[in-house]
Design a protein around this ligand. Structure first.
Ligand code: CFM
Length: 541
């Protein structure tokens, strides 16, 4: 038994037997002997009573996928808290949209029906219909999203019928999402529900392909702290036309034209792989897994993308941009690397960043030794090849699966989308990750830990064993780290900083990490028990 395996046994020791058995399955310590990733349990219900870091289906649908679309108004049908706490709290930035037909848009607009007790007793459909009318009259959105919260499903409000009637009254699309918070086991269910609706109702309804030789979409990039803008800067310079970033700084008008692009890049696999896969089935659009977090990772993703078009000019320009940008940031990174080398970190984030940031941290000499996803699925840890073997349970059966078939008019083979022969495409598939994600495991080093749906107790125990220099997390666990006397950075919101993607992002990140590591704050704080030497005798009055 290794030291780490012993630590994990000790960490699980205080649990009851059933809890211990359950939690053990959510952990993998990378082991030299294992050729491929051992099976990890993921996307299953958190044990009641354990406070983990997860959110709800509504958060995944409204907060993550549909809320950021800037020319749609999103209505939260529910009590005020769900709408209030999901408005403006995720840093998915958007530029002003001055192309809207009547009113210019300066911010993503979200409203709530503020359900009260009478609405719960007598139903909230009329209130919702009235709100849609007001929203149309005042804001003239291109389209509307209605997101359900828990009580809507419990009392049986038919938001689909309200949406349909409103579409007829106003002549714009009104989409309803049955993303009641209790659906599934986490926000992951909400991603899926949002993906389904956008796929079924919006993608494919447009007819305008943006001008340009190589038109691409970036899926699963939410422009947190401006990440998406950094990617657009790089990709546009190389010669691509970015049709749409889904859904960071995205517009309904561009989402309608998603199917007219040549390829989908997938940054966050967890939240958007459904659309990538469904578009492949329906339109034949190929997708490529990319990671633009880290210099080497960005360079590799750009090289892979360039290969997809068999265009020597594009490959040449890609090489030049990579060379220039890598050189531009080299000195700054070298400076920060002096402070960061040899330091270790934990990362507890949703469903993709704990993997993506491993590359950027290695660029500055650091290592993530414990990597946790809140709500990822087995494929995000083990790779997509395990998807056919994943057992569906009662919770996942709650989420509808769309079974699509190729579109009679719009379907084209993947190689046709990329303007190459079938043979060329088959050769390409062997070389780069087209329609494939290998998951986090191959990036972990021996002795490092992958942990699913981690909780407060486990974080404390892992800290005691590994003594990390920095903990990357969200706002809820940031202060656990601080109370343990360890620097912490939010990897969801970037603590008001960013972008962290691409080249410019790498410098911002290295600077912020260096500041966090070098602050003398942790040595200036003396906990009361160390002052007195006796925890029991401290007088807190
Ligand atoms: Fe994808 Fe995200 Fe993430 Fe995610 Fe999220 Fe997020 Fe995240 Mo917070 S879509 S899975 S549901 S990369 S909001 S932008 S940071 S938990 S790791």
């Amino acid at each position: 038994m290794t030291d780490t395996e012993r630590t994990i046994d000790e960490m699980l020791a205080p649990y009851q037997d059933t809890v211990k058995k359950n939690r053990k399955k959510h952990l993998v310590v990378k082991n030299e002997a294992a050729e491929c990733c051992p099976q990890i349990e993921a996307n299953t219900r958190t044990i009641p009573g354990i406070i983990s870091q997860r959110g709800c289906a509504y958060a995944g649908c409204k907060g993550v996928v549909v809320g950021p679309i800037k020319d749609m108004v999103t209505i939260t049908h529910g009590p005020v808290g769900c709408g209030y706490y999901s408005w403006g709290t995720r840093r998915n930035k958007a530029r002003a949209d001055e192309t809207t037909p009547k009113d210019k848009i300066y911010s993503q607009l979200c409203f709530t029906t503020d359900m009260q007790e009478p609405d719960i007793v007598f139903g909230g459909e009329k209130k919702l219909a009235k709100m849609i009318d007001e929203v149309v009259a005042v804001f003239h959105p291109r389209a509307i999203n209605i997101c359900a919260t828990c009580p809507v499903g419990l009392i049986g409000d038919d938001i689909g019928a309200v949406a349909k009637a409103a579409e007829e009254r106003h002549g714009i699309q009104v989409l309803s999402y049955n993303c009641e918070g209790y659906k599934g086991v986490s926000q992951s269910a909400g991603h899926h529900i949002a993906n389904n609706n956008i796929m079924e109702k919006v993608i494919g309804t447009g007819t305008v392909r943006k001008p340009g030789k190589h038109v691409i979409n970036i899926l699963g990039e939410y422009n947190i702290g401006g990440d998406g803008w950094e990617l657009e800067r790089i990709l546009t310079e190389i010669g691509y036309t970015v049709n749409c970033v889904l859904t960071g700084d995205s517009s309904y008008v561009n989402i309608r034209n998603l199917h007219l692009a040549d390829i989908n890049l997938v940054q966050c696999h967890r939240s958007i792989n459904y659309i990538a896969e469904m578009m492949e089935t329906k339109y034949g659009t190929p997708w490529l897994k990319v990671n633009f977090i880290g210099i080497e990772a960005t360079n590799q993703s750009l090289r892979h993308l360039a290969k997809c078009f068999g265009d020597p000019e594009l490959e040449k320009k890609t090489g030049l941009v990579i060379e220039r940008e890598t050189a531009r940031v080299a000195a700054a990174l070298e400076h920060y690397r002096k402070f960061c080398t040899g330091k270790i970190a934990f990362a507890f984030v949703g469903g993709s960043r704990s993997h993506h940031y491993q590359f950027l941290l290695r660029d500055i000499g650091m290592e993530i030794v414990v990597a946790g996803y809140e709500f990822a699925h087995r494929d995000d840890y083990e790779g997509r090849q395990v998807i056919p073997t994943i057992k569906t349970d009662a919770d996942s059966k709650n989420i509808p699966e769309l079974h699509l078939s190729p579109d009679g008019k719009l379907y084209r083979e993947a190689h046709e989308h990329l303007g190459m022969s079938k043979e060329q495409f088959d050769a390409l598939r062997k070389e780069i990750p087209i329609s494939y994600y290998e998951g986090m495991y191959p990036s972990m080093k021996v002795g490092e830990v992958m942990i699913d749906d981690c909780n407060h107790h486990e974080i404390e125990e892992l800290v005691a064993r590994f003594k990390p220099d920095l903990i990357f997390s969200g706002v809820r666990d940031k202060y656990i780290a601080h109370k343990l006397g360890i620097a912490s950075k939010q990897l969801h919101s970037y603590d008001y900083s960013g972008p962290y993607a691409g080249y410019t992002g790498a410098i911002n990140f290295a600077r912020d990490v260096t500041n966090a590591l070098m602050t003398p704050a942790w040595n200036l704080i003396i906990p009361p028990w160390e002052k007195t030497g006796n925890a029991g005798s401290e007088n807190h009055a």
